[in-house]
Design a protein around this ligand. Sequence first.
Ligand code: NAP
Length: 340
Amino acid sequence: MMLAVREQADLRTYNSLGITEKAERLAEVGSDKELRLALDMARRNGWPVTVLGGGSNVVIAGPLRGLVVAMRSRGRKVLQRSAGSVLIEAEAGESWHDLVNWTLDLELFGLENLSLIPGTLGAAPVQNIGAYGVELQDVFHSLDALDRDSGEIRQFDRKACDFAYRESVFKRLPGRYVILRVRLQLRRQGSIRVDYAPLDRAWEATGLQRPDPRVVAALVCQIRRSKLPDPAQLGNAGSFFKNPLVTAHQLDALKTLYPGIPHYLQPDGRYKVAAGWLIEQSGWKGVREGNVGVHALQALVLVNHGGARGDDILSLAARIKEDVQHRFGLLLEMEPQRLG
Ligand code: NAP
């Protein structure tokens, strides 16, 4: 079996920020077998390996040495049906949004709030993707991953993934595991989650009484399209910073200075403060500097206006971070992973 390896491959279409950098070598893999071939080749030659899904959560800040492996495996199926739920399985290279649509066609509940998130299924567990009050871990069943240390395929249940807010064992141990396929447990009926204000308003406006995940998905798409740039038109990596968590005590202090500060109580008693609001208050919303900028409709999204380098994005991010820290005393943490 032969594996096509391209040399000096342009990465522009392999990352949603649309940054032009070169991969020393690049292989697209469509199966476990091809992945093993690529990893064996890299091991024999001493090449460092970078695994990419949709490239929607990375900032490529220089040429990537060694071998870039782009996960392109496809396939999805229903594994098990029971009275209340359906267990599905899909390959890591599947587009996340296509998978969401497939489950909606099957009339399943669970993924509707996560509509239109860019990227692949295999990347979704890495940062426990979330939107509108739902996270991947809420529907997660298990996954298979290749352990690059032992060469064995290991199954992870939810507990083993150690999910947290935009976190998992896979993010904490970068490079150790390659996610091959993911199983999700979806519901055949039930309730919908529309507690986030914009979604709640949109749902109320429909006047519908019966929960319908397809309607919720359509509303989520509408809201996202109205605020978030389409990476095909304007390069971006989604939310660039995580929302900082503060104690009740810290929040009180912030509220005396900024009575309007949006805050949301978390199950652990801390409060989440909206990073987009902090950035907007610091004067960055809609600011453009050269090839990079802060999206005019959503301050949490940094954009590539065309021809930006990874370093341009990172230095803009650093200045925003500094400003927010100076003004609010809060440390913003970057969400995408830096490569190169
Ligand atoms: P939004 O509805 O304008 O809300 C602003 C922020 O307040 C969000 O960051 C959200 O936190 C938080 N928030 C709002 N309502 C909340 C509630 N009822 N309970 C707890 N927290 C609440 O948000 P947005 O920026 O347009 O994004 C909408 C959703 O899509 C959010 O969940 C966001 O995380 C998600 N999103 C994710 C990405 C990504 O790349 N990861 C990109 C765009 C949007 P949370 O972010 O913690 O939910």
